[in-house]
Design a protein around this ligand. Sequence first.
Ligand code: ZN
Length: 86
Amino acid sequence: MENHDEAEYTCRICGYIDDGPRWANGTPDNDICSACGSEFGLHDTLLQGVRELRGYRVGQGEPWSDPECKPEGWDLLRQLAKPPAE
Ligand SMILES: [Zn+2]
């Protein structure tokens, strides 16, 4: 079960944490993740889609859609450990 009372700050696809909430009270902000380029509310609503995108991105070596946002010392595997499994 999802908890719709809490705001989510972590990208469901790649685990990148940005400044604003991606989801608040079950509503996506339809922003674009600076790391993986996914649109919240479009690419991350279905678990199946999230898993496919995540697998595709790992296969591509996790390219950043906005490389300027990439933190120094960013680690793919550490970030991928952040998003919840479900
Ligand atoms: Zn992302």
